[in-house]
Design a protein around this ligand. Structure first.
Ligand code: SF4
Ligand code: SF4
Length: 285
């Protein structure tokens, strides 16, 4: 099973729009690993076929009838999650379990806490696995890992040999969870100073985990000097550039109508087909 992950290091580069365009050109299972702000469902209008609960953390639960109000739990809690009446403040509890260890009468236990949901859906470009992390919840890296696990099973069930992943933004735990073990990372960059900076940062992560990558320069005509700077940097690092796409105001208009870039016009479709062929060739190496 091959897995191609589209990432950008920052938001607003067109990562998700391009992922959808590639999805229209291949026969893959899709996975949305941006679990904090899942955008693929917005563009693909999926039909949810099934869902599962995601247990992302634990919560201390007090059994009132046993409590002697000794205050030991409050003293040990580093997160100020136990109030003056020795009640657990759910929103603050990190589930570390320290209070359960010091309670002399075993009045506290750790229980599983549902922090999100994983969905398996159908779309016009194939099955999609996506997720929702509940507001204020953490552990998005664990949820990304679960999305990838489910996507793997869904791809096998559907007889697919490729998973196309819309990766998480940034360089933290969720993006590492999106990338580790992937066959190829496609870095979508744009010629802005912050785009260049984020490209260098995400490349550092990929290099650390020895993940093969290539670069796609989106909105390449925004600044020709910076586009050239990105190209020079890629050559120095021996990173293949799979393509350059111009900025085009018709793109948001197409998205408003629910169209992908490949459906926008034949010129875009041809450029994207060429880029996708280059990506697949790199992926086969
Ligand atoms: S440590 Fe146990 S007995 Fe003491 S206040 Fe906390 S819950 Fe109650
Ligand atoms: S589990 Fe940890 S964070 Fe939660 S109340 Fe107990 S000590 Fe505090």
């Amino acid at each position: 099973m091959k897995e191609i992950t589209v990432i950008s290091g920052k938001g607003g580069t067109g990562k998700t729009t391009l992922t959808v365009a590639f999805a229209s050109l291949c026969n893959a299972a899709l996975a949305d690993c941006d679990v904090d702000a899942s955008d693929l469902p917005l563009l693909l209008d999926p039909t949810v076929e099934r869902k599962e609960s995601f247990i992302g953390s634990k919560l201390a639960v007090k059994h009132e009838e046993l409590c002697t109000f000794c205050g030991e739990c409050q003293k040990v809690c580093r997160f100020n999650s136990i109030d003056g009446s020795m009640a657990v403040i759910k929103e603050k509890c990190e589930g570390c379990g320290a209070c359960t260890l010091v309670c002399p009468v075993n009045a506290l236990t750790l229980e599983e806490r549902m922090t999100g949901e994983v969905f398996v859906s159908t779309t016009r470009f194939g099955p999609l696995v996506h997720a929702e992390l509940f507001t204020g919840e953490e552990a998005s890296g664990k949820l990304v890992t679960r999305v990838r696990e489910v996507a793997f099973s869904v791809a096998e069930e559907a007889g697919k040999d490729l998973i196309l992943v819309d990766g998480s933004p940034g360089i933290g735990c969720p993006v590492i969870a999106s990338l580790v073990g992937t066959s190829l990372a496609v870095l979508v960059s744009e010629p802005t100073r912050s785009g260049m900076y984020d490209l260098e940062r995400i490349y550092g992560v990929l290099k650390h985990f020895s993940i093969a990558c290539c670069v796609l320069i989106n909105k390449c005509d925004l600044c020709t000097e910076l586009a050239q700077e990105i190209e020079t940097w890629c050559h120095q690092k021996r990173i293949p550039i799979v393509g350059r796409l111009p900025y085009d105001t018709r793109i948001p208009q197409a998205m408003d109508k629910g169209l992908t870039l490949t459906e926008l016009d034949s010129e875009f479709a041809e450029i994207l087909k060429t880029i996708w062929t280059r990506i697949r060739n790199l992926d086969q190496k």
